[in-house]
Design a protein around this ligand. Structure first.
Ligand SMILES: *[C@@H]1O[C@H](CO)[C@@H](O)[C@H](O)[C@H]1NC(C)=O
Ligand SMILES: *[C@@H]1O[C@H](CO)[C@@H](O)[C@H](O)[C@H]1NC(C)=O
Ligand SMILES: *[C@@H]1O[C@H](CO)[C@@H](O)[C@H](O)[C@H]1NC(C)=O
Ligand SMILES: *[C@@H]1O[C@H](CO)[C@@H](O)[C@H](O)[C@H]1NC(C)=O
Length: 299
């Protein structure tokens, strides 16, 4: 009869060759954005509980408890089963920002900032030495992206907002952001990582069936960028080697969803956005920033 015993997800995980009991994080953690298992969406409203800023970056009139979902999907590679859980950042027609008296109607955005990630050049340990930024994503098919649009989902933005050291984008990237703007399947259904010049240094298909794990390593002394990637629970692989990159300018890691308009001149003020009655979401897990100064990287 043992063959017919139903194995709980926990038993399956413990039985798998990549056991979750081994913590794959091997290096000193600078910022830990992993979500404790006992969190509720309201935990993100308070600086006392959330690893993220309760204030930024969300549409006016919205609270994080209205934006964050805690989906019951499997645990990602760099989260620990029964200790951490995934979070989902959502956007909808109300994900709007104001500048002066005007609503910025071009884009829709909700973005998390790590609470202790200071926005000044060299202000914290993630802006010096060698640092690896980690995140995993998974798709919520009931709130999927419309990949005819550009989605900027993770980036490290310079303290003076003049650019990003790297950017993680999906969908049809606008020409103003370094993309082709071509609404073809080859362009749409692909994750891309861009360097500080918005040149694409890595591409991989967006998958609906598994977690996808990314690491971006910035070497501030040698001025390089290196991308790590794996699907499912596989160990990360170096998929680019060290490439030249201008990592100066400090700043902060941004993580969430920023949906750009189509048919736009300014991105911020004009362009087309179809209504999103169900909203759209992006599931994140295993968000952390580690010190790779001693050649250490968690795979
Ligand atoms: C936020 O609330 C104010 C006051 O009710 C309202 O005027 C404004 O339009 C709202 N903003 C959005 C984006 O809905
Ligand atoms: C996850 O499951 C719990 C318990 O069944 C439920 O309350 C919660 O709404 C679920 N989360 C999502 C995002 O569906
Ligand atoms: C997806 O976006 C494109 C470009 O804005 C739009 O034409 C299309 O109607 C959208 N699709 C859905 C299902 O909303
Ligand atoms: C940075 O450059 C130095 C000197 O060329 C080299 O020894 C070191 O291995 C480089 N660091 C990395 C992480 O590649």
């Amino acid at each position: 009869m043992w063959k017919y015993v139903f194995l709980s997800p926990l038993a399956l995980a413990l039985a798998s060759p990549y056991s979750y009991r081994t913590n794959p994080i091997q290096c000193p953690v600078i910022f830990d954005g992993r979500v404790p298992q006992n969190f509720t969406p309201a935990s993100f409203n308070l600086a006392s509980t959330s690893p993220y800023s309760p204030q930024y970056v969300k549409g006016e009139n919205l609270t994080w408890s209205e934006i964050i979902l805690l989906p019951n999907t499997t645990t990602s590679r760099f989260d620990t089963l029964l200790v951490h859980r995934p979070l989902e950042v959502t956007i909808n027609d109300a994900s709007l920002f104001r500048s002066g008296s005007g609503l910025q109607l071009g884009f829709r955005r909700a973005g998390l900032l790590l609470r202790d990630d200071k926005n000044a050049a060299g202000a914290d340990a993630a802006d010096q030495g060698v640092v690896t930024f980690h995140w995993s994503v998974r798709q919520d098919v009931s709130r999927s992206m419309n990949l005819s649009h550009e989605y900027m989902n993770v980036w490290h933005e310079k303290a003076d907002y003049s650019g990003n050291q790297f950017t993680f984008v999906g969908g049809v990237v606008l020409p103003v952001d370094g993309g082709s703007g071509l609404d073809t399947p080859e362009e749409k259904n692909v994750w891309k990582i861009q360097n500080h010049k918005n040149e694409f240094v890595f591409r991989t298909p967006i998958r609906n069936d598994v977690w996808q794990n990314f690491g971006v390593q910035l070497d501030y002394a040698n001025s390089t960028i290196r991308v790590y990637y794996s699907a499912g629970n596989g160990p990360l692989e170096d998929v680019t080697g060290a490439l030249p990159n201008d990592n100066s300018g400090g700043g902060q890691l941004q993580l969430g969803m920023a949906k750009k308009p189509t048919e736009t001149e300014t991105v911020v003020w004009d362009g087309y956005q179809e209504p999103m009655p169900q909203g759209e979401g992006q599931i994140y897990g295993g968000v952390f920033v580690e010190d790779s100064s001693n050649g250490c990287v968690s795979l």
